[in-house]
Design a binder for this molecule. Structure first.
Ligand SMILES: Cc1ncc(COP(=O)(O)O)c(C=O)c1O
Length: 376
């Protein structure tokens, strides 16, 4: 079976973790600080704040930017759930924006239509590792006071017009979940150039402490452990190599499968990091996924529905499901239309792609996709 993704952990990561375990220093400490410095320097941002996962990174970033009850935050309707749930956790209301049908990233034209006077932040997602069109988004924002928080959970090392994503908004948020372009086991990080955001985020991820036992904010325990940071330090040094292998696999798929399926579009200003390799196969998508799985290729259907159609969204006004009602009272999303996102959820599937994928695994995926598409 070829999985959709597999973490690629080497002996060096294992040795570094063993060292940490032997040291007895397990909770947030020097390695976390070193990882923050190295990650900030890799991305090209002034500061980085490591946290326990990517959802926490988005949550803390939003709060640190000052987003809260009464505010609205524009998010794409096609993305992983956490992009929107973190907005709800902050007390603000997500506004769902349709996506570009070719890249799956936020559609600046629809953003223009959806911007209300209450929108105080926009969260473009570099979905699949393909950068969102940040300049076009900034143009729509114009001189309004709206922050850009990049959700770069799927795009470590991706380039937008030659610059690393995560360094281009007022803040960026990354995830180090095991299937991501690099991992720390579980983990996340916030990047920013803004000293105020940095100092707030540092405190809020650690019980709101500004110094030991002096709590200036309510805060959370969203700290990263030294064990996670030790893995991250090794993985970060391999990230460029990992991404070039992902790019190699993506080019091979595109070369071999163009004309067989609708291969992913890459904008000329983008150098994607190909966290996922999406192909559009039309309304028979579920059958294609089923047949590929029968043949040992664990393809995955796209996220199942635009986020505003998730069951929780229609239950936000009832207190059983929205136990955060103190922060957020809910809203009716039933007439929010996002036709491009809708189509993506029905017609797209993801092929296996991970940096330690072997050549014979790549060849098998190509062979089986060709066979299945012939038979359908
Ligand atoms: C686009 C996007 N945002 C946010 C997250 C949340 O990251 P985590 O799973 O580390 O909490 C993910 C991770 O799957 C993601 O893909």
């Amino acid at each position: 079976m070829i999985p959709i993704a597999r973490p690629c952990i080497g002996e060096e990561e294992i040795d570094r973790v063993a060292e940490v375990l032997r040291s007895g220093m397990l909770a947030q400490g020097k390695l976390v600080e070193e990882f923050e410095r190295e990650f900030a320097s890799y991305v090209g941002s002034k500061y980085a704040i490591a946290v326990s996962n990517g959802t926490a990174a988005l949550h803390v970033a939003l709060i640190s930017l000052g987003i809260g009850p009464g505010d609205e935050v524009a998010v794409p309707s096609y993305t992983f759930y956490a992009t929107a749930s973190s907005v709800i956790l902050s007390g603000a209301r997500p506004v769902f924006v349709d996506v570009d049908p070719r890249t799956g990233t936020m559609d600046p034209d629809d953003l223009e239509r959806k911007l209300t006077p209450k929108v105080r932040a926009v969260v473009p997602v570099h979905i699949h590792g393909h950068p969102a069109d940040l300049d076009a988004i900034r143009e729509v924002i114009g001189d309004r006071e709206i922050f850009v928080l990049e959700d770069a959970a799927q795009a470590h090392g991706a380039l937008y017009k030659g610059r690393k994503v995560g360094s281009l908004g007022e803040a960026g948020a990354f995830s180090f979940y095991p299937t991501k372009n690099m991992t720390t086991g579980e983990g996340g990080i916030i990047t920013t150039d803004d000293e105020y955001v940095y100092s707030r985020a540092r405190a809020i991820r650690d019980q709101g402490q500004v110094s030991k036992y002096e709590h200036h904010y309510v805060g959370f325990n969203y700290r990263m452990t030294e064990i996670n940071a030790a893995i991250g330090l090794v993985q970060l040094r391999k990230l460029d190599e990992f991404n070039s292998r992902r790019r190699e696999i993506a080019s091979k798929y595109t070369e071999e499968l163009s004309g067989v399926v609708d291969t992913p579009f890459s904008a000329d200003w983008a150098e994607p990091a190909w966290h996922l390799y999406p192909v559009r196969v039309g309304p028979k998508r579920d059958e294609v996924v089923r047949r590929l799985r029968e043949r040992g290729v664990l393809a995955r259907p796209a996220y199942p529905m635009p986020l505003q159609r998730q069951p929780v969204m229609s239950k936000l006004s009832d207190r059983e499901h929205n136990y955060l009602h103190v922060l957020f009272e809910g809203v009716d999303y039933s007439d929010v239309e996002t036709p491009n996102a809708e189509r993506l959820t029905r017609e797209v599937l993801y092929l296996p792609i991970f940096h330690c994928m072997r050549d014979d695994e790549i060849d098998k995926v190509i062979r089986e996709v060709k066979e299945v598409m012939k038979s359908i």
